[in-house]
Design a protein around this ligand. Structure first.
Ligand code: GRF
Length: 201
């Protein structure tokens, strides 16, 4: 990837606070990148509202808009092409990304996971399930991981990980809050390092 040439498509299903942190960094001039579009499988996703507020083109693509998987993939590819996207940033996207979509951006698909992979990753490890599992395992540390996405869950190359300490009275809720703050900084930092060539793929 050419330095300073990130044209991002976000894929999000829910709130999109990580996406917002990245958009804010771009607006503040901290991260050199553009956001071409936001795609959500959920018409009620706040990420689509954020798209509207930010003046970014938002698309709802699901079985409600396109009946078959083939139609959904074709539409995704059409959008990515139209906006000249060269990197996909998953921001709480709850669907598996089709391999055709991963291939369109030459495998440059990033995800953030709210734990220190490879621990606490894989099927079923999303949202509060992750933090509950970490607390139940009496871990001393957790954190967040930015990694490349391939066709397996949480398996792609790890790009950056930042850790947090787990306090004695930590609960899954307090840990989630702590980790989310780190996620916002880590995701932005990873994209900065990708755009300036400090991290190469
Ligand atoms: C984050 O915890 C992230 O690690 C996971 O999904 C959550 C998304 O949160 N992949 P938000 O939508 O960015 O607020």
């Amino acid at each position: 990837m050419k330095e300073n040439n990130l044209n991002i498509a976000f894929f999000a299903s829910h709130g999109g606070s990580n996406m917002q942190a990245i958009i804010d960094a771009i607006k503040a001039g901290v991260l050199e990148a553009q956001v071409g579009c936001i795609i959500s499988n959920n018409s009620d996703s706040y990420s689509l509202k954020r798209a509207e507020i930010e003046g970014i083109k938002g698309y709802h693509i699901s079985s409600k808009t396109h009946l078959t998987e083939i139609e959904r993939i074709d539409y995704m590819l059409e959008i990515l092409k139209k906006h000249d996207i060269n990197i996909i940033v998953l921001a709480g996207y709850m669907k598996k990304l089709p391999v055709e979509v991963i291939d369109f951006v030459n495998g440059i698909v990033l995800n953030i996971h709210p734990a220190l992979l490879p621990k606490f990753g894989g099927a079923g490890m999303f949202g509060m399930n992750v933090h509950k599992a970490v607390i139940d395992a009496k871990e001393k540390q957790s954190g967040a991981t930015v990694h490349l996405v391939d066709s397996e869950y949480d398996r792609g190359k790890i790009l950056q990980q930042w850790s947090v300490e787990i306090d004695e009275n930590e609960t899954a809720d307090s840990l989630a809050e702590k980790v989310l703050k780190v996620e916002h900084k880590l995701y932005t930092d990873t994209l900065i390092k990708l755009s300036n060539g400090e991290i190469s793929l």
